[in-house]
Design a protein. Structure first.
Length: 229
């Protein structure tokens, strides 16, 4: 096991605001995030790698990018040469993604896990590649982050980053439709998680009109849209 590598489990209200679950109620929002946090933590623990927890109470910075850059800096100052950062909003994140990133990092190559919305669900950097100002700037741009990090790496002579499989967040009506189709190909444990999350979202989602959605393993139902409380 590579003990020079740590997983930075980054959870911040800033990231939640950046990817707000605007189409569901506040109560459902909290439940979804709690389920995702626990599921993600289980997968991180299964990797066997050291874990660094970064939450609002120990983060510094005015923006999401600044907070993440500071968390990376603290991880390197703790003695780790390689850091793999993940959030808690991607059900498709697997332990295998973390182990793959850890293995790639040994060669000094940056690793990116792109999300369908243009952001990243995983960012893995060696200490020699780290540039806090550039990292913060790219993260705060919010869009095309994988392409921006690739350009940064090439411009600084670090070589092209390794790109993991694209994943999807579960945070709005569009992502519900995506996950409804993806749920057929995931593990039984993840299928249970995804179906639970989708059911929760569907019960609370503020849809503009009645919608009829069928999720594999979940009874068909009609969800009637409602306005703000």
């Amino acid at each position: 096991m590579n003990r020079n590598t740590a997983i930075l489990f980054f959870s911040s209200s800033a990231s939640l605001q950046q990817k707000s679950l605007s189409s569901i109620s506040e109560k459902a929002d909290a439940k979804v995030k709690k389920l995702l946090y626990r599921s993600t933590l289980d997968k991180i623990k299964a990797s066997g790698l050291p874990i660094i927890f970064s939450q609002d109470c120990n983060q510094l910075g005015n923006t999401l990018g600044e907070k993440l850059a500071h968390a990376f800096q603290l991880a390197y100052e703790s003695g780790f040469e390689n850091v793999i950062a993940v959030g808690d909003d991607t059900p498709g994140l697997q332990t295998s993604h973390l182990l793959q990133a850890s293995e790639i990092l040994r060669s000094g190559q940056m690793v990116l896990g792109p999300s369908r919305d243009g952001g990243l669900y995983l960012l893995a950097l060696s200490k020699s590649e780290f540039d806090g100002v550039a990292l913060a700037s790219i993260i705060d741009c919010k869009e095309a982050q994988a392409a921006r990090f690739t350009t940064f790496a090439l411009e600084h002579g670090n070589g092209e980053p390794a790109i993991l499989s694209v994943q999807c967040d579960l945070d709005d009506s569009h992502s519900v439709s995506v996950w409804k189709s993806l749920a057929r190909s995931v593990s039984a444990a993840d299928k249970l998680l995804i179906n639970t999350l989708i059911n929760l979202l569907l019960r609370h989602m503020l849809l503009p009109k009645a919608q009829h959605l069928q999720v594999e393993g979940v009874p068909s139902r009609t969800i009637v849209g409602r306005g703000p409380p």
